[in-house]
Design a protein around this ligand. Structure first.
Ligand code: SAH
Ligand code: SF4
Ligand code: F3S
Length: 469
């Protein structure tokens, strides 16, 4: 799921609010790598620590605890953690001289994948905690403060979501008018390139009542747009009040009833789990935004098979046709991997051809990165870096053109925009289009949280400029 953003950001600003007047409270700095689920998890870890007496900070130099929430999806993402740990280790050493403690924790997918190996490689680390045990974080920290080093990567038998504290309403409101909500976690698909089934474990769906309660809390705090998260979010399933089986489509209809929630999204979906009810939701539910991230990875059937995606390029194209028949203005997004083992020029051409047929509004593309423990890493005929580079460039040039054309197709049109925050320049606000593009509007256009009609006047590199109608 983008699971696509690989930039990192501190989630600390929450901080001083929950601090009250307690100047002695310990401070935690959380840094997030990887996908949206890590962003969500960082918030939940912060909530758990705040409930335990910590204060969140976005200044690493103030922190008594630094927590890195890590990503293992590609080698580069995983290695970033060690360079960051090097810097924090130096900080810890300086602190020790001054007689003040600094604890270092590693959470997320590198924590789950590498466990104790992290402490062997970076002995300054005090605790390693995997995604399925975040609710135990306060207990683990208590033991760490007692001088133990702890590696907690077992899969918990209890439901972590039931034990993770909810943030205060004011804190939710402070986080803005859009929010993530994890509804499903883990993956049973085992694509041969991917570490996620090993780092997140097998597929688990959160129960309907828990999800509805969390969405209601978000809406009460002023959230207007919720993005449901899952590694295979459309594999989510639950049981309704009368005992009937629910799929994601049904859940979306239920969430759309919550007063205040005007926009719903979900990510990331797998082509094999797009059922009729979910497609019908795109047709019948105005709150469901007309934007769908549906990764395909390759346009070559031979490579799709080697990747264990369990569908063909034709299956994917036929599926998109059905989705577009249900919702004509839907914009497609996808993920691609170039240079999977055995990929020939002809296979790559098939990917370009698929991209031309789909016409994406946005997409993420990556060079294949062999991951330890995955079947792909053991395969023959690895593709050279030079060829991967060259294919990535060609693919990205095509995708960029499609993205720009999509932006240009909106010029002159009137669209609904959710006002999210003040703009970088005075006199501007930034909103979000139904297709996830940032929309720059005049400050007087509306208040934060309003959904207003604007006319698109021109496109920027990644954004749209608009005037009031
Ligand atoms: N669950 C989602 C994707 C999760 S990972 C799905 O099934 O589509 C996000 C994206 O990272 C993937 O879609 C894939 O394009 C990319 N990715 C995953 N493993 C990779 C690897 N070993 N090398 C390069 N890209 C990878
Ligand atoms: Fe990874 Fe495939 Fe699962 Fe997506 S469906 S998380 S790519 S194994
Ligand atoms: Fe997300 Fe990276 Fe883990 S993409 S699920 S944080 S490996």
């Amino acid at each position: 799921m983008e699971l696509n953003t690989i930039e990192s950001h501190g989630i600390g600003a929450a901080a001083e609010h929950s601090a009250g007047t307690d100047r002695t409270a310990k401070k935690v700095f959380v840094k997030t790598y990887g996908c949206q689920m890590n962003v969500y998890d960082s918030q939940r870890m912060t909530d758990a620590l705040v409930a335990d007496g910590y204060v969140a900070t976005d200044a690493v130099e103030d922190a008594d605890l630094v927590l890195l929430n890590t990503c293992h999806i590609r080698e580069k993402a995983a290695e970033k953690v060690y360079s960051e740990l090097g810097r924090i280790r130096d900080m810890k050493a300086e602190r020790a001289v001054a007689g003040r403690e600094l604890l270092i924790g590693v959470a997320g997918c590198v924590a789950q994948a590498e466990g104790a190996e992290i402490i062997r490689r970076a002995p300054a680390v005090d605790l390693v905690i995997g995604p399925q045990t975040y609710h135990r974080l306060p207990d683990v920290l208590a033991r760490v403060r007692g001088g133990e080093k702890i590696v907690e990567t077992e899969y918990a038998v209890e439901d972590k979501f039931e034990h993770l504290p909810q943030p205060k309403r004011a804190e939710l409101a402070r986080r803005g008018v859009t929010a993530f909500l994890t509804v499903q976690e883990g993956c049973d698909k085992f694509c041969t390139f991917c570490v996620v089934p090993y780092t997140r474990g097998s597929e688990v769906s959160r129960p309907v009542a828990q999800i509805v309660a969390e969405a209601e809390r978000l809406a009460e705090a002023g959230v207007r747009e919720v993005t449901l998260l899952g590694q295979n979010v459309n594999a989510w399933h639950g049981v309704g009040k009368n005992g009937e089986e629910w799929g994601l489509g049904r859940l979306l209809f239920r969430l759309a009833e919550i007063p205040g929630l005007a926009r719903l999204r979900y990510t990331t979906s797998h082509p094999r789990d797009m059922d009729d009810e979910l497609i019908a939701a795109h047709r019948d539910l105005p709150a469901l935004m007309p934007y769908l991230h549906l990764p395909v990875q390759s346009g070559s059937d031979r490579i799709l098979k080697a990747m264990n995606r369990r569908h063909t390029a034709r299956d994917y194209l036929a599926l998109i046709e059905r989705i577009r028949a249900a919702r004509t203005d839907i914009a497609m997004s996808g993920d691609f991997i170039v240079g999977f083992p055995g990929e020939t020029e002809e296979d790559f051409e098939a990917t370009l051809q698929l991209v031309r047929e789909v016409n994406y509004a946005s997409a993420f593309s990556f060079k294949y990165s062999p991951r330890p423990g995955t079947p792909g890493a053991e395969m023959d005929a690895h593709v050279s870096e030079a060829v991967k580079d060259e294919r990535l460039q060609r693919l990205q040039a095509l995708l960029l053109r499609q993205q720009q054309d999509f932006g240009l197709s909106l010029v002159g049109k009137t669209i609904g925009t959710l006002i999210e925050k003040p703009g970088r320049q005075a006199g501007q606000k930034v909103g979000r289009s139904p297709w996830l593009q940032p929309v720059i509007v005049d400050d007087k256009a509306g208040g934060i949280g309003d959904i207003i009609e604007v006319r698109i006047t021109r496109t920027g590199y990644n954004s749209l400029f608009a005037e009031l109608v």
